[in-house]
Design a protein around this ligand. Structure first.
Ligand SMILES: NC(=O)c1ccc[n+]([C@@H]2O[C@H](COP(=O)([O-])OP(=O)(O)OC[C@H]3O[C@@H](n4cnc5c(N)ncnc54)[C@H](OP(=O)(O)O)[C@@H]3O)[C@@H](O)[C@H]2O)c1
Length: 257
């Protein structure tokens, strides 16, 4: 039996990973903070696809939460074959408008948890000489965009570096860099989305399908949409000062209108 552990599995991109991997016959370990929602999702996926879905309630902004997921990933009795580090969130506002405590929580969830869970998972996978890790970053990794963009840039650099270090061990690692995806992300952060053009929105299920194709192809970086691939090509050639003027505001500052 092949097992995948998904963090942030109750909503948005994580829920799309859960649906797709369940349809593919994976057993699942679903991680998030909301136990009721996790249980409902596990039941639905079990009933629809006949797979085993385990619920692991954990807040990845806490020591106890990260430790609980590390311990599950380290299990030799019920091994995890695919880890999807997806849990994440945005903070509304620019630097000094967001509290330092909220910035540090973001680094804990986006960086420390990703580091520790990747470490726990790959140590166990290396013994079995197979496994995969998808770390969900963002195209914000490539533009000046405060702590959020910086944390996602860390995810990209970290993932590609580890992929190189573990080459030849049978473990695949890939950083997934979505553009804007219709999920609960912006609403949870209280961010307005009126200033984001319609063409920039991606569908979570299509995103996940493209990401898994990229993982199977052995890519270490996935930007799974032609629109964003083209956009990132332009970004590479644009002076950072100009880029910062546009990207640091989009979808960050304003509340719902
Ligand atoms: N949506 C976008 O436009 C977009 C673009 C690029 C990258 N991303 C990235 O994609 C990932 C998923 O975001 P999404 O858009 O799917 O957001 P979402 O719909 O808001 O879902 C976030 C998920 O993360 C979980 N979560 C949040 N904080 C957590 C914590 N401290 N501990 C454990 N679980 C936690 C939430 O569940 P609970 O509340 O139950 O814990 C939920 O399942 C994030 O890393 C985000 O940065 C999103």
């Amino acid at each position: 039996m092949t097992t995948a552990l998904i963090t942030g599995a109750t909503a948005g991109i994580g829920a799309a990973f859960a649906r797709r991997l369940a349809a593919d016959g994976y057993s699942l370990v679903l991680v998030a903070r909301d136990t009721k929602r996790l249980r409902e999702q596990a039941t639905e996926l079990h009933d629809r696809h006949g797979i085993e879905a385990e619920v692991l309630t954990a807040d990845l902004a806490t020591e106890d939460g990260i430790t609980a997921v590390e311990e599950r990933l380290a299990s030799r009795r019920d091994p995890v074959d695919l880890l999807v580090n997806n849990a994440g969130f945005g903070n509304k506002g620019q630097f000094l408008e967001v509290s330092l405590a909220d910035e540090l929580t973001m680094l804990k969830v986006h960086c420390e948890a990703v580091l520790r869970l990747t470490s726990a998972a790959t140590a166990a996978m290396r013994e079995r000489r197979r496994g995969g890790v998808v770390n969900v970053a963002s195209v914000a990794a490539f533009v000046p965009r405060g702590t959020y963009g910086a944390s996602k840039a860390w995810v990209v650099q970290f993932t590609q570096g580890v992929a190189r270090d573990l080459a030849g061990t049978g473990i695949r690692l890939m950083a997934l860099c979505p553009g804007f995806v219709r999920t609960e992300f912006h609403q949870r952060a209280g961010m307005g989305t009126d200033n984001i053009p319609k063409w920039m929105w991606l569908d979570a299920d299509k995103l996940v399908a493209a990401a898994l194709t990229d993982l199977a192809r052995g890519k270490t970086l996935s930007i799974p949409d032609p629109r964003y691939k083209a956009l990132m090509g332009v970004v590479k050639m644009t002076p950072r000062a100009l880029l910062g003027g546009v990207t640091s505001r989009t979808g960050r500052k304003y509340g719902p209108r």
